[in-house]
Design a protein around this ligand. Structure first.
Ligand SMILES: [Zn+2]
Length: 172
């Protein structure tokens, strides 16, 4: 990746992806908030869970902790469902971004796919990763200059080095 492509900045695009990936048990609330609709049905939640699982697999791939087979199946899944959430170009004098063609919950799924696409065009997609601290595994946007970040926060990073230190002490 050329170094100048990614100025370390968290933009709304990566925020949307990270927020969706980290929605955890709050998935329905997250969907309701973004869709602006009071009723999100069971079918929507199942679709959201599948989409989130596929994206999380790719985020784990960005952190070098996903198997080839699961990455291939996540990619296949995303290719199949992409047609359900079409995107359209929004063109201005300054440039162009992709936006969802639909509204409501389907529009939220479209917005997530658009965020990935727009971020990928800016060179930032490989920067959305999962934290390597076992027991955290939160999605985060890697702001390091050379895209070498492994942990979501300094707290996770020091937990891991503390654990490594203790295990060295034990084996010494
Ligand atoms: Zn973490």
């Amino acid at each position: 990746m050329p170094e100048d492509v990614c100025t370390p900045a968290v933009c709304t695009t990566s925020d949307l992806i990270v927020g969706f990936a980290n929605s955890g048990a709050e998935l329905t609330a997250w969907l309701t908030r973004y869709a602006g609709e009071p009723t999100v049905d069971e079918v929507d939640v199942v679709a959201a869970r599948d989409l989130r699982a596929a994206l999380l697999t790719l985020l784990r791939a960005h952190s070098d902790c996903a198997g080839e087979d699961e990455v291939a199946s996540a990619q296949g899944y995303l290719e199949r469902i992409a047609a359900r959430y079409p995107l359209v170009p929004r063109i201005s004098a300054e440039g162009c971004t992709l936006v969802p063609a639909q509204t409501g919950v389907l529009g939220v799924f479209g917005a997530v796919l658009a965020a990935v696409t727009n971020l990928a065009y800016q060179g930032g997609w490989p920067r959305v990763k999962v934290c390597k601290n076992i027991g955290c595994h939160e999605a985060f946007f890697d702001k390091t200059r050379n895209c070498s970040g492994l942990y979501c926060s300094p707290a996770c990073s020091s937990q891991v080095s503390m654990r490594a230190y203790r295990s060295r002490q034990r084996s010494a």
